[in-house]
Ligand binder design. Structure first.
Ligand code: ARG
Length: 475
């Protein structure tokens, strides 16, 4: 159904309609569009722009339409330009001309962005919920390996031994920042645009603050031109999705590496692995690879929306129709990837013995020698050099650091006595890393406990917001 056309001598050419049409992708805004129409209706009714009787009829028809949309018995037709025109078609089919009453004081410009904000809030809450599920899974797994050692890496070279629980738990801290980002995003994004009209506000006695409250927004727009032009909430949501994707890709990369035959640390559960069509022996960590690969499209969606917004004149321009598909795609992608990675993490087992055996190899305890000398007041440059000489001697004579003789230690530095062997153990190295946030297993236990509590608090906050949102949608 066309919402415009009186000043035109003919309808749009087929190619124009085809390019113009968004109903095939913006249809998913339908429930939010109906809900924001109910809010607009209540303002039209209280300012007596729509009679009580008409308002009751329109309200009834909107609710009926909402039920039909949710059961799929009312859908967009190929002749509908967008979700707004399709729903107005449905409304006028039920009510006749009064079905168009909602257009008073409202433009698709303020309508579409209000709908999209509701969609974004609803779905970013779901993303946040899934991130807390992933964090529970990561932290639980980390808790199982607090007292297991493994080599820690820099440059994917053995660096210093770490608690493997510490190694796993680090991911949860990255995702906790993403949850913070989502909370912060709400503050700026929970703003209603209804009442801004096409761009200049309305000459009708509307009440944008009331509409905002009715829709659960924290505030209403302050500048009507900005209200219809602003898509920062889309760009910011896409940035958060891309950052979550980036964090998922780093888990993915680790799992791929750790599940390789060369590492053989991770045993990924069968139900989270895939096989090969030709090589019967294969068990591939495809979920981890997809987590890594999907980060590309999440970053792409952010770049696509920011590029579309760059230099765009205020207020509404049709370019803005391009805000939706990238947002839908990023959210859909995360709704797929997050549960899969949550399950993959929960069901992966690690080879404790193999990791512990690898922990001291690659001279990962060399820093202990330097620190030992520093504790004896040797300047660090000299301590570092002496530890380096120990490594060189070991490499030349195919030995481990603790296998050097007392005489060899002393020949490298007069303060380097046999006592150094006491710190040349993985357990000694781990237990001595007591800096807050460090890898000493006693600290790691507390770090994980605190992170779990924090995650629990986030879950509760998100669940409360989800409950309030679904009550608002059902009102
Ligand atoms: N389908 C359009 C969009 O997604 C709705 C707004 C159209 N407004 C207009 N003035 N043509 O942006």
């Amino acid at each position: 159904m066309a919402l415009w056309g009186a000043r035109f001598s003919g309808g749009p050419a087929d190619a124009v309609f085809a390019l113009s049409r968004s109903a095939h992708f913006d249809w998913r805004l339908a429930p939010y569009d109906i809900r924001s129409s109910l809010a607009h209706l209540s303002v039209l009714e209280s300012s007596k722009l729509v009679t009580k009787n008409d308002a009751a009829a329109i309200r009834g028809a909107l609710k009926e339409l909402a039920a039909q949309v949710s059961t799929g018995t009312f859908v967009a037709e190929s002749s509908d330009e967008d979700v707004h025109s399709a729903l107005e078609r449905g409304l006028t089919a039920k009510l006749g001309p009064i079905g168009s009453a909602l257009r008073a004081g409202r433009s698709r410009n303020d309508q579409v962005t209000t709908d999209l904000r509701l969609f974004a809030i609803d779905h970013m809450l779901e993303v946040a919920h899934l991130v807390t599920e992933l964090n529970s899974s990561i932290l639980k797994k980390a808790g199982e390996y607090i007292n297991d050692s493994a080599p820690g890496f820099t440059h994917i070279q053995h660096a210093q031994p770490v608690s493997f629980g510490h190694e796993l738990a680090k991911h949860a801290h990255a995702f906790a920042r993403d949850l913070d980002r989502i909370n912060d995003w709400f503050k700026r994004s929970s703003v209603s645009s209804l009442g801004a009209g096409a761009l200049a506000g309305s000459s009708l006695p509307l009440d944008p603050a009331h509409t905002a409250k009715n829709l659960g927004f924290e505030s209403s727009f302050a500048n009507s031109i900005d209200a219809v032009s602003d898509r920062d909430y889309v760009a910011e949501a896409l940035f958060i999705c891309a950052t979550i994707g980036l964090h998922l890709s780093r888990i993915g990369e680790e799992w791929v590496l750790w599940a390789s035959t060369e590492f053989a640390w991770a045993k990924v559960a069968d139900e989270y692995s895939t096989g090969s069509s030709i090589m019967p022996q294969k068990k591939n960590p495809d979920m981890a690879e997809l987590a890594r690969g999907k980060s590309g499209r999440l970053i792409g969606n952010l770049v696509s929306v920011m590029t579309m917004l760059k230099g765009l004149p205020f207020a509404y321009n049709r370019d803005l129709q391009e805000d939706k598909e990238p947002l839908f795609d990023s959210i859909d992608t995360l709704l797929l990837v997050l549960p899969a990675i949550t399950g993959m993490v929960a069901t992966t087992d690690f080879d404790r013995a193999k990791m512990a055996l690898a922990a001291p190899t690659g001279f990962s305890l060399a820093t202990e020698i330097a620190d030992y000398l520093v504790r004896k007041n040797v300047p660090f440059s000299s301590a570092h050099e002496s530890a380096g000489k120990c490594v060189a001697l070991c490499e030349k004579t195919s030995r481990q650091l603790h296998e050097l003789t007392d005489a060899e230690f002393l020949s490298i530095h007069p303060s380097l006595d046999g006592g150094v062997r006491a710190v040349l153990t993985v357990a000694g190295a781990l237990n001595s890393r007591t800096t807050a946030g460090g890898t000493a297993p006693t600290l790691v236990g507390d770090q994980i406990k605190n992170a779990l509590n924090e995650n629990q608090a986030q879950r509760k906050k998100i669940a409360d917001k989800q409950k309030a949102f679904s009550e608002m949608m059902g009102a």
